[in-house]
Structures are given as structure tokens and as C-alpha cells.
Design a protein around this ligand. Sequence first.
Ligand code: SF4
Length: 211
Amino acid sequence: MTPKKDFYQIQAEGIIKKLAQRNMPGFYCSTSEEAKNLAIELMDSPSVISWGGSVTITEIGLLDELKKHNYTLIDRKEAKSPEEVREIYLKAFDVDYYLMSANAITLNGELVNIDGNGNRVAALIYGPKNVIIIAGMNKIVPDEQGAVARIRNFATPPNALRINSDTPCSKTGKCNDCLQDECLCCQIVTTRFSRIPKRIKVILVGETLGY
Ligand code: SF4
């Protein structure tokens, strides 16, 4: 273990205690590989699975791993028209498991997510029977204010560049509080409690993952 890994583990233990008070069980995995395997263990087979746009779940190899198991996958990338995209997004509300990352998690165990289209935060809030969140420890922030500052200044600008979105932050490298059609920050959602116990599970990973 390196001092950084030790730190991640200690910090994660504190956050997991706070998540438990919020009805959201938390887990800590030192590596992406462990996180991928744990996510698979947490999901019954067979079951129906979908996911929100996430660099993290791709980076840890989870999307490829899903294909090796007895799961029915609802994949937005299979849509061939805007109508089919909508159909798939609506189907994703009725899955057994919805996979996503979080844009930020506070030391107090709140999840903070910013979304342009809104389908991902909508599924987090209501619909899927279970939500599994996988987040690198680079997503940890002190509080909600720090979460929004991190997301709008350090996560969204590179993400806008990644998806070729014509937002002001993709040109200036910082949030310009835009109000335009391409905005990636239409919804800012803080999840502070899960009314359905254990519906949302959070896997913290001792690595830098996603944006
Ligand atoms: S400029 Fe717009 S899209 Fe970019 S971070 Fe700010 S509000 Fe979000």
C-alpha cells in the first residue's frame, strides 16, 4: 500500500459511514478490477441492466464484462434514430440495475450530479430497482459547494471537449454559467437520502477515474 492508497482507504471508510446513514450502502475497492468484480457480484443473474453515460464504467472494463454474463442489456448506443434513443431512455427506467458514476461525492456522503439531457439523474432519482454508482476517489469533495465548483470548472470543460459539445467552457477551460442549448449543466441534483433502503449502492475506487 502507498500512502495515497492508505489515505484513500481511510477517507473512504469515513464516507461509507455517512452513506450508511443515508440508506446507501458503500464499499471501497482499492483497484478498478476489484470494483468491476464487486459490481458484477452485486447484480443478480439473469437481470436487465442499463447505464448512464460514464467514462468510469467504461474505464474499469465493466461494460465489456457485462456482455460475458447472463444479462439483458439496454444500450443507448443501439438506437438508430432520436425516437429510438427516447424509447431506450424510457426502457432504462424499468431495469433491475442502473449503472453510473457520480460527478462528485461529499465527505458527508451526499451524491452530486450534473446532467445536460437529464435521463441519467432522472434514473438515479426514480425508476430502476437498483442503482450502482462507481466513482474514483478523485470525485471526493468537501461539501456541496465544492462539488458544484469541481464539476463546473474541472469536470465539465474536458467532458465538453470529449463529446465535441460547443459550450463556452470547452473554449475557455472554465465555467461561464452558460444558458444555451448545448449546456451540459441543465440539472444539478444532490442525493442526500435514499427513501428505499439499499436501492442505491456506492462503490468507491482508490484510483483516478473519469472526470
Ligand atoms: S459553461 Fe455551461 S456547460 Fe460549461 S460548465 Fe458552465 S454551465 Fe456547464
